[in-house]
Ligand binder design. Structure first.
Ligand SMILES: [Zn+2]
Ligand SMILES: [Zn+2]
Length: 140
């Protein structure tokens, strides 16, 4: 018997933009870089990496906009509600990164690494015992 590919679904705040991806995911990381902080208005952002081919837009493709955060990378957001959910980069052309919090389904994962921890905010404590380092793969 063939095993079904498990799909997980997510959306922006206004739910006008919806997406799905096939599991398995590749990795999960908290990113503390200043671009993620500014783009999301948040101390850090938890990203999940997937094969780009496994990503599909379910609804609202016309609402998706991309902002170039650098010459190599873009953040994808909903133009109606402003939710920043996606990231792609020529540094990892086979991957799409999606914010964990925008999934409707429980991915049953917790971050395995704190990346760009050198720019972490000082108003939160990070007691979780996971590696803290700079990994270009996660640079937004
Ligand atoms: Zn939206
Ligand atoms: Zn980042």
């Amino acid at each position: 018997m063939e095993k079904d590919i498990k799909k997980v679904y997510g959306s922006c705040l206004c739910k006008s933009f919806q997406f799905k991806v096939d599991l398995p995911l590749k990795w999960c990381s908290n990113c503390h870089c200043t671009r993620c902080q500014k783009a999301h208005g948040s101390g850090f952002v938890t990203w999940v990496g997937f094969d780009r081919d496994s990503f599909r837009i379910v609804k609202g493709e016309r609402l998706l906009r991309w902002y170039s955060s650098s010459k190599k990378s873009e953040f994808g957001f909903c133009k109606t509600c402003g939710s920043s959910m996606l990231y792609r980069s020529i540094k990892c052309p086979d991957e799409i990164h999606i914010t964990l919090v925008n999934f409707n389904d429980d991915l049953k994962i917790s971050p395995q690494i704190d990346s760009y921890f050198d720019t972490h905010v000082h108003w939160l404590s990070f007691e979780q015992d996971i590696p803290k380092k700079n990994d270009p793969r996660f640079d937004k």
